[in-house]
Design a protein around this ligand. Structure first.
Ligand code: TGC
Length: 390
């Protein structure tokens, strides 16, 4: 982090390799994202031209090994997510959906043939993936999904027929392949669906007030016929998609701090230059209190992310710990961005400045991959032993 953001020398806890990887992603964000993001956001477009660049930087499926994937550590992956989200949550979301959700589903649960067929091209950015779990009437409770897959005939080699709909699916309208979760006679299973299959239709949800430089879609599945080999053999039941969600939620823990850091640094710099009543805003106690509270939450959130990252690297990370990071860092990041906007005054409501864009994006980030409420209840269940979801 910059010295003004890293008040605890958290950088001192990183290895030279982690610092070097972070610098590479930061440079990419400074050069390719920050100069363009306001225009992409205003036009409501995701910049598909950066997809292969992200692949070239080794950011797609970066925590996965083999099949052309970079095999980086959990903290590397977190630092990359942070720097990307300092640019925009929509850019980090692309990397999460591609790597943490679609690629992880194939890597964790796929057959050898599926891995060979899809992962190398997804890692390079030649092929885009999406992950269809949420439905119009099944958000926090995916067990209530209505999408259903049945066999077209008897025996294990019979084709599958999928019917149903999905909603809020990132990238679906530009994806080449979709991981679709569906109920079957034997519980919830995952399917690898090429998006050019007859009966598959994805439509972007517009207009949005959040994540405008990103794509979220409705998917309709109308008698989508798939060979038996489209089934993900390793995923049986809801644990299949939840194991992928763990990866995406982990990236968000770091990413949210990127949006917060960018907003804080912009407010700090503005407050040092902007004169009112003859003095810089930074010289007023009420401004300093806001800046100090932001710096406190960013430093605490970074320590939380790093500890969770080290637990993940040690193979000890548990779901309630991921929920602690996702809940805290999204909740605090959005407050930081809003306070930063307040310091910027009226200028803060324009796209010339990042904090309000980040705050708007974080409305989505705190909602997807488990809402604040769901993560509160996951932690509550861990503490009390009582599930309070139903
Ligand atoms: P429950 O009975 O507790 O669990 C069912 C099975 O899943 C296992 N499991 C997990 N496994 C791995 N990691 C986790 N974090 C897991 N959580 C649960 C569990 O052990 C069990 O396995 P098994 O083998 O015994 O069957 O299920 P539940 O329905 O009671 O769970 C409750 C709750 C609320 C925790 C869960 O439903 C939940 O997490 N809900 C939130 C769903 C969510 O995050 N949805 C977001 C979807 S993705 C998205 O928003 C957009 S994708 C990004 C994009 O495309 O832009």
């Amino acid at each position: 982090m910059s010295d003004s953001a890293d008040l605890l020398d958290i950088d001192g806890l990183l290895t030279p390799s982690e610092v070097s990887l972070r610098q590479g992603v930061r440079t990419f964000v400074e050069d390719r994202i920050k100069p363009n993001i306001a225009a992409w956001y205003e036009r409501g477009v995701f910049p598909t031209e950066i997809v292969r660049e992200l692949g070239g930087l080794g950011l797609l499926g970066m925590h996965l090994g083999g099949y052309g994937c970079p095999g980086r550590t959990a903290v590397d992956y977190g630092l990359a997510a942070l720097e990307l989200e300092a640019g925009d949550s929509g850019i980090r979301t692309f990397v999460s959906v591609q790597g943490s959700l679609a690629m992880t589903a194939i890597h964790k649960h796929g057959s050898e043939v599926q891995k060979q067929q899809w992962l190398p091209r997804m890692a390079s950015g030649q092929v885009i993936g999406c992950f269809g779990l949420t439905e119009p009437t099944a958000g926090s409770d995916p067990s209530s999904m209505a999408t259903f897959a049945h066999r077209a005939g008897p025996g294990p080699d019979a084709d599958w027929i999928l019917n149903g709909s999905k909603r809020w699916i990132g990238l679906a309208s530009i994806a080449d392949v979709a991981i679709i979760w569906a109920g079957t006679g034997e519980g919830i299973r995952g399917f690898v669906v090429p998006t050019n299959t007859t009966g598959f239709r994805a439509t972007a949800i517009e207009p949005k007030l959040s994540m405008r430089a990103s794509i979220q879609c409705d998917i309709e599945l109308d008698d989508v016929r798939l060979p038996a080999t489209a089934l993900l053999p390793g995923a049986k039941g809801l644990s299949g998609p939840f194991e992928c969600l763990n990866e995406a939620r982990y990236g968000i823990i770091w990413g949210a701090m990127g949006a917060a850091r960018d907003s804080y640094l912009e407010a700090l710099s503005y407050s040092q230059e902007r004169l009112q009543f003859g003095r810089p805003l930074a010289g007023y106690q009420l401004t300093q209190e806001k800046l100090v509270n932001m710096a406190l939450e960013i430093n605490k959130g970074m320590l939380l992310a790093l500890q969770i990252g080290r637990l993940k690297e040690a193979g000890k990370l548990q779901p309630h710990q991921i929920s602690m990071g996702k809940l805290n860092n999204c909740r605090e990041a959005i407050k930081v961005c809003r306070d930063a906007r307040a310091i910027l005054g009226g200028n803060g409501i324009t796209l010339d400045h990042s904090p309000m864009r980040h705050a708007n994006n974080l409305e989505s980030v705190r909602t997807y991959e488990g809402t604040d409420e769901i993560h509160t209840l996951i932690i509550g269940q861990h503490i009390t032993g009582e599930p309070a979801f139903r």
